[in-house]
Design a binder for this molecule. Sequence first.
Ligand code: GLU
Length: 292
Amino acid sequence: MPRPAFRFAPSPNGLLHLGHARSALLNEALARACGGRLLLRIEDIDIERCRPEFEAALVEDLAWLGLEWERPVRRQSEHFADYASALVRLDALGLVYPSFESRGDIRRAVAARPDWPRDPDGAPLFPFPRSAMSAAERARRVAAGEPYALRLDMARAVETAVAVAGPLGWQEVEAAGGTARLVAADPLAWGDVILARKDVPTAYHLAVVVDDALQGITHVVRGADLKAATSVHRVLQVLLGLPAPLYTHHSLLLDAEGRKLSKSIGSQGLDALRAQGVPPDEVRRRALEEPW
Ligand code: GLU
């Protein structure tokens, strides 16, 4: 058995808040409880929003909290070739296609259809079926230099994955030292997800499964807001022949209005708590006081 390995995988597109601390500290606690490794991964594929100063700030915040992680730190933007190889494999299975539609095209296509299905994050499923455009036409537009995203043909991907591995699911560990419970995956709920964006040669779902495998991650501990995405991750793991980690999706901290903490609503950062003189032990206590 490999030594258990855990990772905290923040995106440096803002400052860390207490919710990030909760995730990082739970990874630390669970790794410690089983003599496991703790890795840090910088998920900086979003070149528009990620910035080196946010990475520097998060490293400083984590060190201030007293966290220790293995070096070197994996930075996703330095590994686009790894994601490209995975795409080649999926493409060879006939499961990937270029799509040219913009967000506006998608918005307009679903605007007149209020009951159009939405994915678990609330975004409309991709409304343009692969069969609506021939492979030759897609190839022609790619060759003509039109920008395109690469999408997973989810229906075929699920069919292929199920033929290989049987019904898709994952093991969810709900408490420290607790036993795992099988959760059935529902990847079709996501539709044809993007595997490589128009502006970046990969996307979250692909990068996360490739990296978890390359880094030997055995335990993925992350917020409950990513639980549904695990369905997509399992399909990709099966198709790419990657091992399935155990998963724990912990409850999220909410603010006084019941909203999950987030950079976009200006939740107080760890830097602000630090500036107010709140000691790291108190931040640790606040981050972990809610049951997970
Ligand atoms: N980078 C993701 C985030 O900051 C986390 C990805 C993961 O843990 O799988 O939300």
